[in-house]
Design a protein around this ligand. Structure first.
Ligand code: ATP
Length: 341
């Protein structure tokens, strides 16, 4: 029987609890500094202690994973700490499609896939000279919102960019991606696509709390003007949302179009958990500015299931548990090759 392994961070607790709920062995690749934390949880069967997560690329770690017939569940920490080449060179079977993680990390590829899925993607701006409305400047890669800023003119952009350069956060223009800013209600749509059932499941939706852009709304505009620092979009926490039921049909359509587009552009497609991230405007139109091609941390709040997973499953079904269930189903029907790369 397969074991489930993941890196000790992000959503490891949810993933490994889910493995245990489905009766699979759970393995944590754990940085030594976090050992005490993770030893608190009885559902983690084995810890592989490392000084750095990069050790997962080494033979020692690999042979333990291989001996256990382990499948690695990728999450945000894997993407933040390894580049696409390193991820693609992993020997351990990776749940989902590891090639699509490159498309998540590269803003140009990301945009291409989102356009192919026919999502409403805010326009990107290739040259700061073209800034003539509210624009968000974002860093490349999974920077988690740190060092992102809003601007409305080239002069203001240059000032803020120079500040980030002076702070050592970016090197120059090439580290920033500019996109039209859309305001409204932020929503992060969590999906699971099963290549076994050939079916898309909408699993939940959350909202992110980002500091300190969110804190600005609590300060009168006069004092906002006096703040020297460039406010960031650093993710601090997530909270649950439920959507108006009339929006659900389009939520499913967007997810299905995304699955279809990824089958076309990144074989074998978007298998397993993913998230489409964006903002609902005043006409309830969804503007998608981002996707994550793997489990997102916003699913952590639904360890007991979400309002949407409850509609699909009679047992409390977290995203972590859904992954374990898919692995079990693939094993029992001899189709593991369909769910890992
Ligand atoms: P993560 O990897 O954590 O998803 P990221 O580095 O890929 O983050 P985005 O998710 O694209 O970055 O952006 C971070 C935050 O910036 C969003 O959560 C949202 O609050 C805001 N944001 C990004 N793009 C837009 C946009 N076009 N319009 C409005 N807000 C935006």
């Amino acid at each position: 029987m397969a074991a489930i392994a993941t890196l000790g961070s992000h959503c490891a607790l949810q993933v490994l609890k889910g493995a245990k709920d489905e009766g699979l062995k759970s393995i944590l690749i754990c940085e030594k500094k976090r050992e005490k934390l993770y030893r608190r949880f009885g559902f983690i069967d084995e810890l592989i202690l490392v000084d750095s997560f990069l050790e997962i690329l080494e033979q020692k770690c690999n042979s333990i994973l291989e001996k256990n017939n382990a499948i690695l569940i990728p999450h945000g920490t894997l993407i933040a700490q390894m580049n696409s080449e390193q991820i693609e060179s992993l020997k351990v079977p990776v749940f989902g499609n590891k090639s699509i993680l490159r498309w998540e990390s590269d803003r140009k590829l990301k945009e291409k896939l989102m356009h192919e899925a026919n999502l409403n993607v805010p326009k990107s701006i290739s040259n700061p000279k073209e800034i003539n409305k509210l624009v968000i400047a974002k860093r490349y890669g999974a920077a988690g919102g740190k060092g992102y800023f809003l601007t409305t003119s080239e002069a203001d952009y240059n000032k803020k960019r120079d500040k980030l350069i002076a702070q050592g956060i970016i090197k120059g223009d090439n580290d920033l991606y500019l996109q039209e800013y859309h305001s409204g209600v932020l929503a992060y749509l969590q999906y699971f696509y099963s290549p076994l059932k050939e079916e898309l499941e909408f699993f939940g939706v959350d909202k992110r709390h980002e500091s300190d852009i969110e804190g600005l709304a609590r300060i009168p505009s006069k004092q906002q003007m006096e703040i020297e620092d460039v406010p960031s979009f650093n993710v601090i926490a997530n909270s649950p949302l439920v959507l108006r039921e009339s929006l659900l049909d389009e939520v499913y359509s967007m997810g299905e179009r995304f699955v279809e587009a990824s089958k076309k552009l990144v074989s074998p497609g978007m298998n397993g958990p993913f998230c489409i991230e964006g903002v609902y405007d005043a006409d309830a139109k969804f503007n998608a500015f981002e996707f994550s091609a793997r489990i997102v941390a916003g699913t952590n709040m639904y360890m007991e299931g979400s309002p949407y997973s409850t509609l699909l499953y009679d047992v409390p079904m977290s995203m972590g548990r859904r992954i374990a269930l898919e692995i079990k189903n693939a094993e029992s029907s001899n189709q593991i090759d369909k769910i890992v790369t």
